[in-house]
Design a protein around this ligand. Structure first.
Ligand code: ATP
Ligand code: MG
Length: 259
């Protein structure tokens, strides 16, 4: 199965992943299925250790699943990895820029890896600066930056090739409220441009603002996948935070060890 529905930006089918540590098998992803149409923001919500980062690493082609398939724009990532990865902008929680280079040098370096002309890179840096307001740090070495300043550079370098598919793992890590708000503006703008965004976080307020559809992942399983209104209605709650807790608590109580 190499070719699927090209109407979908991202499709994940029957994804399984386990890790082995201390002679024990940890089942981290258990039959994950997700369909994201083009031009939508998909929010993955889940508590610590739920499997979000593992899922995103597999979708970005960084990690192999034990079982299951990932299709980007209908193409199996296994078969067309290099081509597909050029269309992806993946920001992981471990993304780091070269410490001895300045912010601008880092962004330009990543831009040049995608064969983008200097003029276009400079124009994109200007546009990103209009939103992220990083004028003051662009020519500072990354090793001299604060956590949030580095994250601004990481976001910029993830977007420098204007990717069609954006995969963001907790991108607001270290950002102040003002910059987090600007990040939300960037996501909305990218969506308006027709880009498809996979956004993982445990910050409900961000998901609430931007996501068209929300999946709740808990202990490696997707418990529910729906828009915000449906999640609230189905759980008979009054906001996303209550709905999230209700879904997790219900699942935990059903799966409680009776002993
Ligand atoms: N390389 C690894 N080796 C062993 N176990 C791992 C490895 N990577 C992740 N895990 C385990 O897989 C589980 C899911 O981790 P993952 O990083 O995907 O969670 P997460 O939902 O992103 O959590 P967080 O919100 O804390 O970032 C955790 O129990 C973690 O300890
Ligand atoms: Mg994570």
């Amino acid at each position: 199965m190499n070719q699927l529905d090209t109407n979908l930006a991202i499709e994940i089918a029957h994804l399984y992943k386990s890790f082995h540590a201390n002679n024990k098998e940890i089942k981290v992803l258990k039959d994950i299925n997700i369909k994201i149409p083009h031009g939508k923001v998909f929010g993955l919500l889940g508590p610590n250790g739920a499997g979000k980062t593992t899922a995103l690493r597999i979708i970005a082609g960084i990690l192999e699943p034990d079982k299951g398939e990932v299709f980007i724009n209908g193409c199996n990532i296994k078969k067309n990895k290099a081509d597909i990865q050029r269309k992806i902008g993946y920001l992981s929680t471990g993304t780091q820029s070269y410490p001895i280079f300045t912010g601008r040098e880092n962004i330009k370096l990543f831009g040049s890896m995608y064969n983008i002309s200097k003029e276009v890179i400079n124009q994109r840096i200007k546009e990103l600066n209009n939103v992220l307001a990083f004028d003051d740090i662009l020519d500072k070495k990354c090793q001299e930056m604060s956590t949030g300043q580095k994250q601004k550079i990481n976001i910029a370098r993830t977007l420098i090739h204007d990717p069609e598919f954006i995969i963001f793992d907790e991108p607001s890590n270290g950002l102040d409220i003002l910059t987090s708000k600007k990040l939300m503006d960037i996501i909305k703008e990218k969506k308006e441009q027709g880009k498809s965004i996979f956004y993982s976080t445990h910050i409900l307020s961000e998901i609430e603002l931007i996501a068209d559809e929300i999946a709740i992942i808990y202990k490696g399983e997707i418990l529910i996948c729906a828009d915000k209104t449906t999640l609230i209605q189905q759980t008979n709650t009054s906001n996303l935070s209550e709905a999230f807790l209700a879904i997790i608590e219900e699942h935990a109580s059903k799966n409680e060890d009776p002993s």
